[in-house]
Design a protein around this ligand. Structure first.
Ligand code: ATP
Ligand code: MG
Length: 423
């Protein structure tokens, strides 16, 4: 036997035993998004590298060191998408969805970042992305927050905290940058290598440092809140009022800057203290400059992304129920000569609305009953030559005391419903 090939590090298989949470989350999310009038969009996993360099920013962790970038056979530089906003906006511009229109869009799919794999941080992970394009806010900023808040309620999750901040306009940020550089220069000796490199090119990213040794310098930095322009301040105040009016609790966190360059004004994150270091489940904000930066006309926009692995981990910790997807019935075949009739019986039961697994492959009745037990089904239907001759089916209880009944084929559906209702 040759050596088995393993998955790429940081890229996970989701096995059938744990798919229940995923399907549950996806089902709830789809209903929720449609309830708010958001429509699904799908775009490729691969884009031109330039798309991300131009949108996310050259000096971000993602573009500097996390992207899966390669040359294809034509020598074009392509990148596996590290996030969805850039691709969504690219598609919107390319297909004329953004011109003089409002678009409420969502997408779901894998994203790729070459990070150090650890709990809650993977190299292939999944995001639900939600984007509202063409609406200046703050009303739609509030709608996005309300949608995310309802998402947690729909999943029975509690203990999530909303942190929110405003980054102001590009010119506010330019002025703030200078203050920040002056401050960090005054404490240059305490900066780590990454921060020194960013100090002049992108000092706000120093605030986003994940290095614990940097937290003291970072917490002493001047606050952007003091530097906000009047319009951004009013936008932010109105947003907070809308949220308070809708009974959403929040914490204003002036250090929240987000890891991507394209944000303007509103930024927010939902965090939890139950996931250890990888505590952000959902993150987003306003990105009014991005559409123009990618070659479209100036278009206000806001959105957020939910990390599904973290959300599902949280669901598992909180023991929130996932939807059952086990069969209700298992059809066992006493002799190979009854196999054709068994397949037909299973079809008839599915027609009547049952979830049915039918034994295939031929094995002893004993091993089939073991399979039936493992399948999670509640009742087994046994079919052999005797039953066929008599027009009957044996029904065996797989969960209780193992009772068994002989039931006329024509009365099977009613009998089964009665049995399962009695529990
Ligand atoms: P972090 O600070 O945790 O690195 P980020 O700011 O890079 O997050 P975003 O780009 O805003 O994250 O992505 C939105 C969400 O996607 C995050 O809040 C998180 O839930 C999830 N996410 C991001 N990177 C990963 C990853 N490598 N593995 C799993 N989930 C991730
Ligand atoms: Mg990151």
């Amino acid at each position: 036997m040759s050596k088995a090939i393993q998955a790429v590090r940081g890229m996970n298989d989701v096995l059938p035993d744990s798919i229940g949470h995923w399907q549950h989350v996806e089902r709830i999310a789809r209903d929720l998004l449609h309830a708010y009038g958001y429509r699904e969009i799908r775009f490729p996993l691969l884009e031109k590298t330039e798309l991300y360099a131009r949108s996310i920013g050259e000096l971000t962790d993602i573009v500097e060191k996390e992207m899966y970038t390669f040359e294809d056979r034509n020598g074009d530089s392509l990148t596996l998408r590290p996030e969805g906003t850039a691709g969504c906006v690219r598609a919107g511009i390319e297909h004329g969805l953004l011109h003089n229109q409002q678009q409420r869009l969502w997408y779901l799919g894998p994203m790729f970042r070459h990070e150090r794999p650890q709990k809650g941080r993977y190299r292939q992970f999944h995001q639900f992305g939600v984007e509202a394009l063409g609406i200046p806010g703050p009303d739609v900023d509030a709608e996005l927050v309300l949608l995310s808040a309802r998402w947690w309620r729909a999943l029975n999750l509690d203990g999530l905290t909303l942190e929110i901040n405003s980054l102001g306009t590009p010119s506010v940020r330019a002025a703030y940058r200078e203050n920040l550089v002056a401050y960090f220069e005054s404490r240059r000796g305490e900066l780590d290598e990454d921060s020194l490199r960013r100090l002049h090119r992108n000092p706000m990213r120093v605030l986003d440092s994940k290095n614990p040794a940097m937290q003291d310098v970072v917490s002493g930095a001047p606050s952007l809140a003091d530097a906000l322009d009047n319009e951004s301040r009013a936008h932010f105040d109105q947003l907070l009022e809308l949220l308070a009016g809708a009974n959403v609790s929040f914490v204003v966190n002036p250090r929240l800057v987000r890891g991507l360059d394209y944000y303007t004004r509103t930024v927010f994150e939902w965090t939890t203290d139950r996931l250890g270091a990888q505590s952000t489940v959902c993150a987003g904000g306003r990105y009014d400059g991005l559409v123009e930066q990618l070659g479209g006309r100036p278009t206000p926009a806001a959105g957020f992304a939910i990390g599904l692995e973290r959300l599902i981990e949280l669901l598992a910790i909180q023991g929130a129920a996932s939807q059952p997807h086990q069969p209700e019935l298992f059809v066992a075949v006493a002799q190979p000569t009854a196999q054709a009739a068994a397949l037909q019986l299973a079809e008839r039961m599915r027609d009547a609305g049952w979830r049915v697994t039918c034994h295939c492959g031929g094995s002893s009745l004993k091993s089939q009953l073991k399979q039936a037990d493992r399948s999670g089904a509640r009742l087994a239907l046994l079919l052999g030559e005797d039953e066929l001759a008599r027009g009957q089916v044996q029904v065996k209880d797989l969960r209780g005391a193992g009772e068994q009944w002989s039931v006329a084929a024509g009365e099977l559906d009613g009998f089964l419903r009665e049995r399962l209702e009695q529990r």
